[in-house]
Write a protein that binds this ligand. Structure first.
Ligand SMILES: [Fe+2]
Length: 349
């Protein structure tokens, strides 16, 4: 018997995409999504492993999505277009905020929400990461998931500036708490040198969610250290071009190379090593949407316990000097193809 979530996916009547990655979320084909009054495609990528999933949601020019509320969490990244979202608790005041390409926000759990396309001549497109598989399969009762009137005031108190207020620093490395990021492409990032020279990042806590987000950027001619953790991190490229390598421990000969550019997404499977390479002429930047909130930890191997510590010391990271020589050779070849200079420190071997 199909799990509740899988059955729900089939019932949506929209295209479903599988595999390890999608080359361009902006161009992926979408179908009519009757329940939403919009268009969409569900992504059921390999690395999601039943604990997270994603979809592309497209709103017609001048259109809106049917309002809904539910007991699974969602984080919205705006791929293209601009518009507005209205959020409210049952019986509470409606709060509306505007977004555009590059914006990021979470809808608070079980709050009503509705999306409006602000342009009459172009569609608007979101990439949405949700906890629906976990929640639907746990309760296996869609009436409970969609028609529960409990109001989580600890997530959303209806205050007027909920989506406009200034964020705040939280304890932990580079953690910023906010409910709306106007532009992920320009949000200021902070030093994270433990993951490789020149890496800067920022981690986010949104709407008291258990799902979380972070942005990472690394310079021209460099790559990050390989590492591994639990399933379901949706890595969306928001600037630059390059590739990632994905492999299971002991299966280095079966490494997968995934080329990416702005609009690509990849999801490394559970505990597979993965490593991101900037092969282009601009700093590379990605947004990761995933489990692993610092405020509300859930799974082991996703979150604070994934420290930038060498696997030789019990951590999850492969230091540059310990990596397979093939990794550096391939990188130099890829840079040479594009005429970009390698800026990685020489390996002391
Ligand atoms: Fe990762």
């Amino acid at each position: 018997m199909a799990a509740t979530y899988q059955k729900w996916v089939e019932d949506q009547g929209v295209p479903v995409v599988t595999g390890f990655s999608v080359p361009n979320l902006r161009e992926i084909e979408v179908g009519i999504w009757k329940r939403m009054g919009a268009r969409g495609t569900i992504l059921n990528l390999e690395g999601s492993e039943g604990i997270i999933d994603a979809y592309v949601l497209e709103i017609d020019p001048g259109g809106s999505v049917k309002p809904e509320h539910h007991l699974y969490e969602e984080i919205f990244f705006v791929l293209s277009g601009r518009g507005a979202t209205t959020v409210w608790n049952e019986g509470g005041p409606k709060r509306t905020f505007e977004w555009h390409e590059g914006s990021l926000f979470a809808v608070p759990l079980n709050a009503w929400h509705q999306f409006f396309n602000g342009q009459g001549d172009a569609p608007a497109r979101f990439y949405v990461v949700s906890s629906a598989p976990l929640v639907m399969n746990l309760y296996h009762n869609l009436d409970f998931v969609y028609n529960n009137n409990y109001v989580f005031t600890d997530r959303f108190d209806g205050r007027e500036d909920f989506f406009r207020a200034e964020g705040q620093v939280l304890p932990g490395r580079n953690v910023w708490e906010t409910n709306f990021i106007e532009d992920t492409r320009t949000f200021p990032l902070l030093d994270y040198k433990e993951r490789g020279g020149g890496v800067i990042n920022r981690r986010f806590e949104l709407a008291n969610s258990t799902l979380t987000a972070h942005i990472s950027q690394f310079p021209v001619g460099t790559y990050k250290k390989g590492h591994r953790h639990g399933a379901g991190a949706n890595v969306i490229i928001i600037q630059g071009e390059g590739y990632s390598l994905l492999w299971q421990e002991g299966k280095e000969h079966e490494r997968r190379k995934i080329d990416w550019k702005v609009g690509s997404v990849l999801v490394p499977p559970n505990m597979w090593f993965h490593q991101h390479f900037n092969a282009g002429g601009d700093p590379a930047k990605y947004l990761a949407l995933r489990w692993g909130s610092t405020k509300h930890p859930l799974f082991k191997n996703l979150g604070e316990d994934v420290r930038p510590v060498s696997i030789k010391l019990g951590g999850c990271q492969i230091e540059y000097e310990d990596e397979d020589p093939y990794i550096r050779q391939l990188f130099e070849q890829e840079l040479a193809k594009r005429g970009v200079e390698c800026r990685m420190p020489k390996l002391s071997k």
